[in-house]
Design a protein around this ligand. Sequence first.
Ligand SMILES: [Zn+2]
Length: 158
Amino acid sequence: MSAVAGAGRSRPATPWSRRDVVRAVVGTGVGGGLIGLSWFFAAGRGRPGGQFLFVCLALAGAVLGVATVSEWLRTGRSAVRVWSWALLGDTGDTAATGVAPASSAAVVARLDGKWMHRSDCLLAQGRNWAPAPLAEHQAAGRRPCRASRPGAADGVSS
Ligand SMILES: [Zn+2]
């Protein structure tokens, strides 16, 4: 199993495909164009009723632009999530990363943090966080780190 296709998930070479780029350019272009044309055609019309159509078109352009940028961001975040899983791993596939998965039963967290980690998690190394019982972290409302998964069945029993 290669690092590129770890755990059966394909990992794109870039966050956005060529199709995403075209979609973003066309979506923001059309949205901006609608706003510009509406501005142009609404200019000089003194009565609100005459401007109503163009205000609606401008709003549609704004909605299109926001939707396009939102989709762009969502796609990028999705790619980053896939990459982080490939990097941090939840498969125990040490050949892909060269790093053994965290297995310590000691659970640590930043005092005001919202994530708890196994003490040997890469995200917790070098931070000098004092270990505490799992229940204490849970009572503080902390969620298990998705890379080291403290509290998961493997490792806590050891
Ligand atoms: Zn962790």
